[in-house]
Design a protein around this ligand. Structure first.
Ligand code: TXA
Ligand code: MG
Length: 318
């Protein structure tokens, strides 16, 4: 299959979608909130392709979809509050940000390098069937180009995203319009209090009724003026030097492209999708090694290179 196809969701198209997810392709699928652009959340390069397809100039962490709360516990650590809201609203339009489980096997890029993960159990027969058939956690932001409105029909998805030949979804599972039509509510469950990060399909009042009280967040994950400007983005503790061609004494060089031979190379072939897939893992590695400085070679500023450079600039200017 070369180009994107929109197919009615049925047993055989769901099986095909599951197969595509497992081999690292992108598949758009319906949930009760909006259509999602899905990829295997354990494959770093598949997740990188989501950002490329959306044309996102930033690495915002993505929601990881799972079929039930038992599976959610494999990837995240749910405290008592998280368990309570999960029991009350899953499956449904609620996303929980929780600490990543040790050895979760999840991509680092899916969390934008953070040690937390956003988890959701969607309430949709097709989404659910796909998660069961794929047997993988599925990372999925809304299936639209960055900056465009969220898609509530398969046609919206097709109109908004590039076709498969240009890095878009291989398959779009069509199951008509989404019931809720509004993204999920995102709450932070990493501390003793539950904090609202993004209003959505489940109301703040309903959540407060379950957990006693809900802290209103500063909306920093959803501000339309600054999508992706999440303040809690991962940043290495080691200082960064950008546009470097060599590493000074005590520094380590993170390379890009075939011209250099260095131990840490974002992509020896100069492929930006591969570089995005390796970015957070290499930054973590370099940081943990305890150098005086992390020197990073220039990255071309187009395609995913823009998101990589945005991330590097923020990590360098702290
Ligand atoms: O309804 C929805 O939530 C749809 C469907 C497809 O499930 N998905 C969706 O995903 O809207 P996305 O990527 O467009 O929005 C994810 C939101 C962003 O505001 C992001 O910043 C926040 O969740 N988020 C994800 N991981 C996070 C984390 N580890 N910490 C804080 N916020 C996180
Ligand atoms: Mg969105």
């Amino acid at each position: 299959m070369i180009d994107t196809s929109i197919v009615p969701a049925d047993e055989s198209s769901i099986a095909e979608a599951a197969r595509l997810i497992r081999i690292g392709k992108l598949v758009a699928f319906p949930t009760e909130t909006v259509y999602g652009l899905g990829a295997d959340a354990t494959q770093e390069d598949a997740v990188a392709r989501i950002f490329a397809a959306k044309g996102r100039p930033h690495f915002n962490p993505l929601i990881v979809h799972v079929p039930n709360v038992t599976t959610a516990r494999r990837y995240g650590v749910l405290n008592d509050r998280a368990e309570a809201v999960a029991a009350a609203f899953w499956p449904g339009a609620l996303t929980l940000v929780v600490p990543r489980a040790t050895d979760s096997g999840l991509s680092h890029l899916v969390s934008a390098g953070l040690d937390t993960v956003a988890l959701r159990v969607p309430d949709h027969p097709i989404g659910h069937a796909l998660l069961k058939a794929a047997e993988r956690p599925i990372a999925a932001p809304s299936a639209n180009r960055s900056g465009a409105v969220s898609p509530t029909t398969a046609r919206h998805v097709f109109q908004s995203l590039p076709t498969a030949a240009d890095g878009g979804p291989t398959l779009i599972l069509d199951d008509g319009p989404c019931r809720v039509g509004l993204e999920s509510t995102v709450v932070d469950c990493t501390t003793d209090t539950v904090t609202l990060l993004r209003p959505g399909g489940v109301t703040a009042e309903d959540i407060a009724n379950i957990v006693g009280s809900l802290t209103e967040g500063d909306d920093r994950t959803s501000s339309p003026r600054s999508p992706g400007m999440l303040e809690s983005h991962y940043a290495p503790t080691t200082p960064l030097r950008l546009d470097a061609n060599t590493a000074e004494d005590g520094a380590v060089l993170i390379g890009f492209g075939p011209a250099v031979s260095c131990r840490l190379n974002l992509s020896p072939t100069g492929d930006l999708i591969e570089a995005a897939a390796n970015l957070f893992a290499l930054l973590h590695t370099a940081d943990a090694e305890g150098h005086t400085c992390i020197a990073v070679m220039p990255i071309p500023d187009h395609g995913l290179g823009r998101a990589i450079n945005d991330r590097l600039r923020r990590a360098a200017h702290r």
